[in-house]
Design a protein around this ligand. Structure first.
Ligand code: FE2
Length: 210
């Protein structure tokens, strides 16, 4: 592991969110949350030559040490769309994640969770229902593709799970990418509510793990 990397946030070109946004409209519902407020796909990628190639259908499991809500459960989601795999902007996001983290993808493939969280006036959305947590990897990245009529969803980084105040609390705007050391920090994303109450809101992100 590259232990020296701690945290970095940066802005990608504004065309990324525009080009990648449509890939979130057909996501299947996350069957592991009762609320039906989360939609999700998951795949893993390895770097071969100059491209990132998807591994076969992948399942995802977190130990109950890091996920008290759905720990030690093998979760199966739809694969990320093959059209998205090959999209140059998506490939560039994988490249940006690899450049910071320097993982050997032949040993530790990069997991990508494609996630939509929706909310309405009477039903808040929970991007991180497990609370302040680690994902159980060396590195985690979150790239925001869309915030539509959303209040809340502050991305927060903590030094410990019992900290009263986050080390960092920020709104990850569209086209912003934050990458951090998951061994060093804990993270949380606050609940979402619609900014305008009479219509629903949604937030689309990619979460990278390695
Ligand atoms: Fe997480």
């Amino acid at each position: 592991m590259n232990g020296s990397f701690l945290i970095e946030a940066f802005q990608a070109p504004s065309s990324y969110a525009q080009n990648l946004g449509n890939f979130f409209n057909d996501l299947g519902v996350d069957p592991y949350l009762e609320s039906n407020c989360r939609f999700r796909a998951f795949s893993q990628y390895q770097k071969t030559n100059d491209k990132f190639e998807k591994l076969g259908t992948s399942t995802f499991m977190q130990s109950s040490d890091v996920n008290r809500l759905i720990g030690n459960v093998e979760r199966k989601f739809e694969d990320i769309s093959p059209l998205l795999d090959q999209h140059p902007d998506f490939q560039n996001l994988l490249k940006a994640f690899l450049e910071r983290t320097n993982v050997d993808t032949s040993k530790q493939p990069i997991g990508v969770h494609q996630i939509r969280v929706v909310c309405s006036q009477d039903k808040s959305g929970s991007p991180a229902p497990e609370g302040i947590h680690q994902d159980g990897f060396d590195f985690v990245g979150i790239f925001c593709v869309k915030r539509d009529n959303i209040a809340g969803a502050f991305t927060q980084i903590f030094s410990s799970p019992v900290d009263q105040h986050p080390h960092m609390s920020t709104t990850l705007e569209e086209n912003q990418f934050i990458i951090f050391n998951d061994r060093r920090y804990f993270h949380y994303v606050t609940e979402t509510l619609p900014a305008l109450q009479d219509k629903s809101g949604l937030r689309d992100v990619f979460v990278f793990t390695a």
